[in-house]
Every structure is written in structure tokens, then in C-alpha cells.
Design a protein around this ligand. Sequence first.
Ligand SMILES: CC(C)(COP(=O)(O)OP(=O)(O)OC[C@H]1O[C@@H](n2cnc3c(N)ncnc32)[C@H](O)[C@@H]1OP(=O)(O)O)[C@@H](O)C(=O)NCCC(=O)NCCS
Length: 155
Amino acid sequence: MVRPYRAEDRPLLDAFYDAFQPKRAAQGLPPEGPQRVARWLEGVLAGGDHLIVEVEGKLVGHAMLMPTGKQGVREYAIFLDESVRGRGMGTQVNRLSAELARTLDLDRLWLSVEPHNRAAVRSYQKAGYRFRPATMYSPEFEMELELAPGAAEAS
Ligand SMILES: CC(C)(COP(=O)(O)OP(=O)(O)OC[C@H]1O[C@@H](n2cnc3c(N)ncnc32)[C@H](O)[C@@H]1OP(=O)(O)O)[C@@H](O)C(=O)NCCC(=O)NCCS
């Protein structure tokens, strides 16, 4: 189940990131240690829209659409528990997040991802994200999803 984040989820979200493996899996995130996790979440949850992924009542994932300095553009990120990775769930949640973004009348989702993170890159591609070509030879790819009606369909 995917549903909006609620304030009462906070202790479970802290515990989720505290137990997250491998530590600092993506661009140094989530941070290591409960205090760093709490401080990071404080900032992350201060704005934007957040989705919680549950399997049989257990919190197993978090997707976030965070504000950027640009009107209509949000930064997207997703973290799933190790136990549920590699079964198509990330792709599904990416697609649902894009649907949410459309209901929020956003123009675009943007993200950066390390090229070696094949599952992440592929799950974003399958949800319709495209590479920003200028970043293809950078240490981090940037990808974007145009949300306007008629924008490129996912492959
Ligand atoms: C990135 C993440 C959200 C992807 O979700 P997922 O449920 O594991 O991915 P999916 O099962 O939807 O798979 C998407 C694609 O990646 C492929 N894939 C999955 N795991 C893979 C792996 N370990 N190596 C290579 N490809 C992989 C799948 O085969 C699928 O492609 P295909 O349909 O062409 O076969 C999830 O793995 C995760 O939370 N990872 C740790 C945190 C992270 O890196 N977040 C991203 C921050 S930028």
C-alpha cells in the first residue's frame, strides 16, 4: 500500500532509516546513526509531499517530492527496504509518485542518481524519467520527468 505520510509515522520512519541497509546507499543517504537520521528527516519532512510504502502493515519505503528553488519543479527520491527490492515495487511507487505530482499540477520532477545504482536508474527510466544529456558523463546522472500532458511515455 502507498499512502501519504502522516506526522504519527515519524518514529517508524526514523526506525526505518536507522535500520536501512546498506548505510549511505545513495549519495551518502540515508545518513548513519539515529541522531543524523533524525536531523536529516527534520529537514526533508519540512516541505514537499511524502509517501509511505507499507507491506502487511510494516513501513517498508518512503518516496519524497521535495521543493526546489524552481516553481513547478520538485526533486524526487525513493528508499525501499532491502526485503522488498527487486520485485518491481520501486518502479510502481515511482509511477504513483508521478501521478501524485500531476495532481499537484507540477511541471517536472527532477533527480540525481549515481550511474552505478542500476536498479534506481532503471526504475526511474521505466517510470518515464529521461536523462539530462549534459550530465551523462558526470559522477551523477540527472534525470527528469516532464509531467505535461502528452510528454514522452514511459518505455
Ligand atoms: C532504487 C530502488 C527504489 C528501486 O526499486 P526496486 O523495487 O528495487 O526496483 P524494481 O524491482 O522496480 O526494478 C527496476 C529495474 O531495475 C532492475 N534491477 C532491480 N534490482 C537490480 C539490481 N540490483 N541490479 C541491476 N538491476 C536491477 C530490475 O530488473 C528492473 O529492470 P527490468 O524491468 O528492466 O528488469 C530500490 O532498489 C532502493 O530503494 N534502493 C536503495 C535506495 C536507493 O538507491 N534509492 C535511490 C536513490 S537515487
